[in-house]
Design a protein around this ligand. Structure first.
Ligand code: F0G
Length: 458
């Protein structure tokens, strides 16, 4: 295999979905109608949709076949047992609580362990995770290593937790930290992996302070692949074996099966603590459903069970990580500033570096995302001051970085789609000096990036 340089998709296409070409004028009109918020677009007006890798992947033949096995019994469905086996094969936690997606698991967990006066550290909270921590009244703190905050700094495990800072927090605020979280891979920090060595060190600090450690494991397989490639001594291990070691270092996890579950919906909360599991199950019944289906249909549980078998396949992961790097390498060689090294599920454009004439409070990431859509019909996602710049007290400050994420749906786009993306980004980057910032015209109290409306600045 290593003889050939071309990355091929390790699958053939089995059913096709049309995409619609539009003109710049049509896209400008769509932008105006959407208040310049790409979340407000009609997805038919998007040509290449890189808004998210969440729930947007293509399922396999075997997942569609598994869907036909879906058993919709209210309680004790065989599909639940297939799901449970598949989850526990990789994550042998005692209790597995299915939810309709990742944030439902977060909501349940933080409703039980959060609350005023509590503080939850993470390498970097994803937006829904932060919002669920804060909605409980607790404080969310990001403690990624300093290298993880510098977009261009090369480090093999830029998602690692700053262990010394974690130790200080746990020492300074005894009793206030109900759980320590580590997000694998660190999505908000650029899809960067966390090493086993770092997880072991975090575990040791947690043990010293008697605090449980949970994984936000959305992209666990991509994280395991980076460990296999980059961490000394890990090259010969199987992916499931690495995943099980990551799980063995934690007391529980939250999961969105819309990422490395290779499914379009689903998630779970898993943990070892009996008392906590009981409290979480009680909440699950209130908002999600009976404990053997959570918020899911039996057929969804089957699709996830099969997806978890496919996502740890090395041919798939090699293609997945190489094809993301293919986009990154091409843009990097054209001088487009990027978060490096490249993450697993996305390439992050450094809008603050590309658009130095647009200050953070004029939202350079939003300006760049708008331009990519207007010029080429490509929908990316601002991860910067729009997403993170508003604090719970209503004040505003620049986020650590202003990025535009081009997230790659799994097994969905071909290399020629990506070649087109490369062409459009190069075109926009060459005209960066002509881009203008935006202002916010309307915004909600929380998670404003989903619904805020913008206007271009003169
Ligand atoms: N944690 C991380 C690290 C995530 O990336 C996401 C979702 C969630 C939790 C929540 O999971 O969507 O199933 O409720 N991230 C998506 C994204 C939405 O676009 O990165 P969910």
């Amino acid at each position: 295999m290593d003889r050939w340089q071309t990355i091929i998709e390790p699958f053939r296409i089995h059913s096709v979905e049309p995409v619609r070409l539009t003109t710049v004028e049509q896209r400008q009109a769509a932008l105006e109608a959407a208040g310049y918020n790409l979340f407000n677009l009609h997805a038919d007006d998007v040509l290449i949709d890189l808004l998210t890798d969440s729930g947007t992947g293509a399922m396999s033949r075997d997942q569609w076949a598994a869907i036909q096995h879906g058993d919709e019994s209210y309680a004790g469905s065989p599909s639940w047992f297939a799901f449970l086996d598949s989850v526990q094969h990789l994550f042998p936690f005692k209790h597995v609580i299915p939810t309709h997606q990742g944030r439902a698991a977060e909501k349940i967990l933080f409703s039980v362990v959060g609350g005023p006066g509590k503080v939850v550290p993470n390498n970097t909270h994803f937006d829904t995770t932060r919002a669920n921590v804060e909605a409980s009244g607790a404080e969310a703190i990001d403690l990624v290593i300093p290298e993880g905050r510098d977009p261009a700094f090369i480090h093999p495990f830029k998602g690692n937790m700053d262990v010394a800072a974690l130790d200080r927090l746990l020492t300074d605020r005894p009793g206030a930290v109900p759980v320590v979280f580590v997000t694998i891979t660190n999505n908000s920090g650029g899809g960067q992996p966390v090493s086993l060595e770092n997880l072991r060190a975090v575990r040791a600090v947690c043990d010293r302070h008697g605090v449980p450690l949970f994984l936000d494991a959305c992209r666990f397989a991509e994280n395991a692949w980076f460990i296999k490639l980059r961490e000394p001594g890990q090259a010969d291990r199987s992916i499931p074996d690495i995943v099980r070691e990551m799980a063995s270092l934690a007391d529980g996890m939250t999961m969105s099966a819309k990422k490395d579950g290779l499914a379009n919906i689903g998630g779970w909360l898993a943990l070892n603590d009996d008392g906590l599991a009981e409290q979480c199950r009680n909440l699950l019944i209130l908002t999600e459903g009976f404990p053997t289906y959570g918020g899911l249909a039996g057929r969804d549980l089957e699709a996830i069970a099969q997806g978890l078998r496919e996502v740890v396949d090395e041919d798939y992961l090699r293609y997945r990580i190489q094809s993301t790097a293919y986009l990154g390498d091409a843009l990097d060689s054209s001088g487009v500033p990027l978060v490096k090294p490249f993450g697993g599920h996305a390439i992050y454009l450094d809008a603050r570096a590309l658009l130095p004439h647009i200050p953070p409070m004029a939202y350079p990431g939003q300006a760049l995302a708008i331009a990519l859509y207007r010029e080429g019909g490509i929908r990316g996602c601002e991860i910067g001051t729009v997403m993170f710049g508003k604090r719970p007290d209503g004040s505003e400050a620049p986020a650590a970085m202003d990025l535009v994420r081009l997230a790659i749906p799994r097994r969905t786009y071909t290399q020629s789609h990506i070649d087109y993306v490369i062409e459009v980004v190069r075109f926009v980057a060459a005209r960066a000096a002509s881009l203008r910032g935006v202002r916010i015209v309307e915004q909600p109290a929380a998670l404003r990036h989903f619904t805020a409306r913008f206007a271009p600045l003169d």
